[in-house]
Design a protein around this ligand. Structure first.
Ligand SMILES: Cc1ncc(COP(=O)(O)O)c(C=O)c1O
Length: 358
């Protein structure tokens, strides 16, 4: 990717003259089966510009899940910058917005109500541990939206992971929504950038909004070039990440003092919880793993692991050894006052500063 960046043919993309950006946009539109696509600097700007393009009448409303990225992690930009009201409904464990709640959330055409303009879905679903919405479910949402004259926007930051998990071409997912945002970074490994794809008139609107938001950039072919590799090559290797994530999840399910719902591990994200019996807090485990070069996050009361191009099967084996050793060590300190690490000595006592139990 660095080589592609260094050798990229570039032009001024504000004037639509960057050949590498134009090529990426064509490839993205084709991959999604949409009329047009546009490069944006981040997933957040992609979602923001797409939602503002759909909800162009100020005071209109977007139905979003309470666990969705657009609602939880995008700084309320749609309300703040676009005058879009969020109509927030509960999210099921697997990332679905229950159809009944969705249907009930759509406002009547009444002067007292904000005008419902949009339904936002997320696939795969970040806060639901990378779980995947089925095509059947998405088809039902589309039918509801069509019947009510609403658009559907998909936050498909990881839509290629969803496609691999479902065993379908990504266009089969995109076909069920009006617009889709997907990230070239994250699992696809590009340093930056996202794409928004949809009907031509909609992408024209997103283009103007991108400019308004400061996302019109000049020789941005240096970022589109790795984006092309992300789209064409990296999307083909995601099954390996899913395999590694499955391995992690299965081993964790056999690890004492760990709780994990294997039914929700569909893609490259693994979320597990520590039982009280572990004698360890999530934060201490995350800190200790970091000292062993294993980077993960405290997440919704548990620990979130993500597999990607730079995490090998061997790395996953070592992560499991480290987690088990740390758990054993924590209990040994609690109950014996001393911690001798087992598991091939993978974890040294000194490296594991268990602040809470000193
Ligand atoms: C589901 C989802 N949507 C959107 C984004 C935003 O992407 P970015 O960080 O590029 O703004 C993320 C980032 O983690 C995400 O997980």
């Amino acid at each position: 990717m660095r080589h592609a960046m260094a050798t990229a043919e570039v032009g001024d993309d504000v004037y639509g003259e960057d050949p590498t950006v134009l090529k990426l946009q064509q490839l993205a539109a084709k991959a999604m089966g949409k009329e047009a696509a546009i490069w944006v600097p981040s997933g957040t700007m992609g979602n923001l510009s797409a939602v503002l393009a759909h909800c162009h009448e100020r005071g209109s409303e977007a139905i979003v899940g309470d666990e969705s990225h657009v609602y939880q992690y995008e700084a309320g930009g749609m309300s703040c910058l676009g005058g879009v009201a969020f109509n927030v409904i509960p999210t099921d464990l697997n990332g679905e917005l229950p159809l009944e709640a969705l249907s009930a959330a759509i406002r009547p055409d009444d002067q007292h109500c904000a005008r419902t303009a949009l339904i936002c879905l997320e696939n795969s679903h970040n806060r639901c541990g990378g779980s995947v919405l089925s095509l059947e479910y998405m088809q039902q949402v589309k039918a509801l939206a069509d019947a009510k004259g609403l658009a559907v926007h998909l936050d498909g930051a990881r839509v290629f992971n969803a496609a691999v998990a479902l065993g379908v071409h990504v266009s089969a997912i995109a076909h069920l929504v009006t617009s889709v945002q997907f990230c070239l970074s994250k699992g696809l490994g590009a340093p930056a950038g996202s794409m928004v794809a949809g009907p031509k008139h909609f992408i024209d609107r997103v283009h103007r909004l991108r400019k308004m938001l400061g996302g019109g950039m000049r020789q941005v072919g240096v970022l589109a070039a790795p984006g092309i590799l992300a789209l064409e090559r990296m999307s083909r290797r995601l099954a390996e990440d899913h395999y590694n994530a499955r391995y992690l999840a299965q081993e964790l399910s056999k690890t004492p003092h760990v709780d994990i719902n294997l039914d929700l591990v569909h893609t490259n994200i693994v979320v597990f919880r520590l039982l009280k019996s572990s004698q360890l807090t999530v934060e201490d485990l995350v800190d200790a793993l970091q000292q062993h070069g294993i980077l993960c996050l405290p997440f919704r009361g548990g620990v979130r692991l993500v597999t990607h191009n730079d995490v090998s099967a061997e790395d996953c084996k070592q992560a499991i050894v480290a987690i088990r050793s740390l758990l054993e060590f924590a209990r040994a300190i609690k109950f014996n006052g001393t911690g001798n690490s087992h598991a091939n000595g993978a974890v040294s006592n000194e490296a594991f500063a268990l602040k809470a139990y000193e």
